[in-house]
Design a protein around this ligand. Structure first.
Ligand SMILES: [Zn+2]
Ligand SMILES: [Zn+2]
Length: 387
């Protein structure tokens, strides 16, 4: 067909060249030839399609256009087709720009949040040193002064130590040079094996061992190697805020009443130092009380999770599994649950009674038990996962 068409064109062209004497004639016949060629091609394209299955003749609309439609669909599918493609993948692709924006904003805001934590904590400590401790030293009996100085400084040391360690300690990542590690799946982003309890963090853009969550307040992922530091920071920060809130409650009431009197006529004769002290105490009490409530709730939630032997990510997965197995008449059992107290002991690294003091009540840099790749699973000893 193509050969015939080419031959016809060649003959036609030869005839046109023979007939055309001058340049003007050649130009005049050229556009006519182009027009006739275009018309012939259009007619040929619109001609009913012959052949195909059964050798029948199809109308051009159901032949040519359906062929074109199928070809376009095939072309489009060839651009994104994957045997693993499903509705979840398509939804992920559609929301990819949104995820990208959220991830980048969170990554950038991490630095702002860490600066905010440092600035607010420093401001609270400065206010306590400037106004609360002088009040305690001047009005409280000796044994209360000793208690306040010891308790306040112990909480301060614990908060600073655990915050520093939580932000600077890597949560732990699967080894990149060793692919022969016990794994449960392959990370489709890192294209590497994922050990049990490992999840991919889209903000850090890497897999994290025993990932709990990505914390913007630490600008770091919470995982196997810094989970204890994060949890202890939450506990001691909450205790520190409760301590500051209770210690300054009388001063807050005085400052609040004093500020109320600012608007009386005639206004009271307060010095600039008194006004600053009142405003600082109100700022201290409002901030520490709010953080104590908010962080206290978060800490309590993490106590529940840890005592169940779950991370924040596993909580969602385990809930789904529980529902799925329930529909099949089975009961889900968490393979990493070793008993409520044992789970807390494992996280704190408490192996003997004295460790409650040396590893929990005092700053300690001991590593967590295990490497985050191999896990002690209860079903290795007791039986199958779903019963
Ligand atoms: Zn990954
Ligand atoms: Zn992360």
């Amino acid at each position: 067909m193509l050969r015939c068409s080419g031959l016809v064109h060649l003959i036609h062209l030869t005839r046109v060249c023979r007939r055309g004497g001058g340049a003007g004639m050649r130009l005049g016949s050229s556009w006519r030839w182009q027009l006739s060629r275009a018309m012939r091609l259009t007619l040929r394209w619109c001609r009913p399609h012959r052949g195909g299955r059964g050798g029948g003749t199809k109308p051009w609309i159901s032949g040519r256009f359906l062929d074109l439609w199928s070809y376009s669909k095939l072309l489009l599918k060839s651009l994104y087709f994957n045997s693993l493609t499903n509705s979840d993948t398509l939804l992920d692709c559609a929301f990819e720009p949104v995820y990208w924006i959220v991830d980048n904003v969170t990554r950038w805001f991490g630095v702002v949040f860490v600066t905010l934590v440092i600035l607010l904590t420093t401001s609270v400590v400065v206010i306590v040193y400037l106004f609360v401790i002088p009040m305690i030293l001047s009005t409280y009996p000796v044994y209360w002064i000793i208690w306040h100085l010891c308790c306040g400084h112990w909480l301060l040391v614990m908060v600073v130590f655990h915050y520093y360690k939580a932000t600077t300690t890597s949560p732990g990542h699967p080894p990149k040079d060793n692919i022969h590690i016990p794994s449960v799946s392959i990370c489709k982003k890192c294209i590497s094996p994922k050990p049990a309890r490992t999840h991919h963090c889209s903000i850090c853009n890497m897999c994290v061992l025993k990932m709990d969550h990505h914390c913007p307040w630490l600008n770091n992922c919470v995982g196997h190697f810094n989970h204890r530091y994060f949890f202890c920071f939450c506990i001691y920060m909450t205790l520190g805020c409760i301590y500051c809130s209770i210690s300054s409650r009388n001063m807050f009431m005085e400052a609040y009443n004093a500020i109320e009197s600012y608007y009386q006529t005639p206004p009271p004769t307060e010095t600039y130092t008194d006004t600053t002290a009142h405003k600082s105490i109100i700022f201290l009490w409002v901030l520490t009380s709010s953080v104590a409530v908010a962080l206290g709730g978060l800490t309590l939630w993490h106590v529940i999770l840890i005592s169940r032997g779950e991370t924040s990510v596993e909580r969602h997965i385990n809930c789904k599994e529980t529902k799925r197995l329930k529909e099949q008449g089975k009961v889900f059992r968490n393979p990493f649950h070793h008993g409520r107290m044992n789970n807390l002991k494992i996280l704190f690294g408490v192996e003997k009674q004295s460790h409650w003091v040396t590893r929990v009540l005092l700053p300690s840099s001991h590593p967590p038990s295990g490497d985050g790749i191999m896990w002690d699973c209860i079903f290795n000893r007791r039986g199958p996962m779903a019963i």
